[in-house]
Design a protein around this ligand. Structure first.
Ligand code: 5GP
Ligand code: ZN
Length: 118
């Protein structure tokens, strides 16, 4: 837990968020400024800055987080199957465009605003 981290504050309940999932390890909520019809943020409850910091010891919870992301995408409006789908984005560091320094996955779906760009 970091005293100054927005996402730690959301995880603690000190800042409100539109939560879609909560368990002992993870929290998922709607992005405050959605970039797609479905735009969720999935975070671990414990404070870790980014994917640039992870090591082998993080493999277990990271694997569970990726599997949860896939489930949450489908439960929250991303169409299933090859004609639907979603994007899973993890920005890391300044060159990665990361603004909030608490590791998070963006789950984006419901449209293809990125088509042709990446
Ligand atoms: P990053 O650029 O760090 O990968 O993404 C941070 C994301 O967090 C942005 O998409 C931004 O809209 C979202 N965000 C920033 N502050 C808040 C907040 O207080 N509540 C919620 N729900 N989303 C936030
Ligand atoms: Zn944090």
């Amino acid at each position: 837990m970091s005293d100054t981290c927005i996402f730690c504050k959301i995880a603690k309940g000190d800042i409100p968020a539109r939560k879609v999932h909560e368990d002992e390890e993870f929290l998922a909520f709607h992005d405050i400024s959605p970039a797609a019809p479905v735009h969720l943020l999935l975070i671990p409850r414990h404070h870790i800055v980014s994917m640039a910091e992870v090591t082998q010891k993080d493999a277990g919870w990271l694997g569970r987080m990726m599997i949860l992301a896939s489930r949450l995408a489908e439960e929250n409006g991303c169409r299933p199957g090859p004609e639907g789908g979603f994007r899973l984005v993890a920005n890391a560091g300044a060159d990665g465009g990361q603004e909030v320094p608490h590791l998070h996955f963006h789950i984006l779906g419901g449209a293809r605003p990125w088509q042709g760009r990446m």
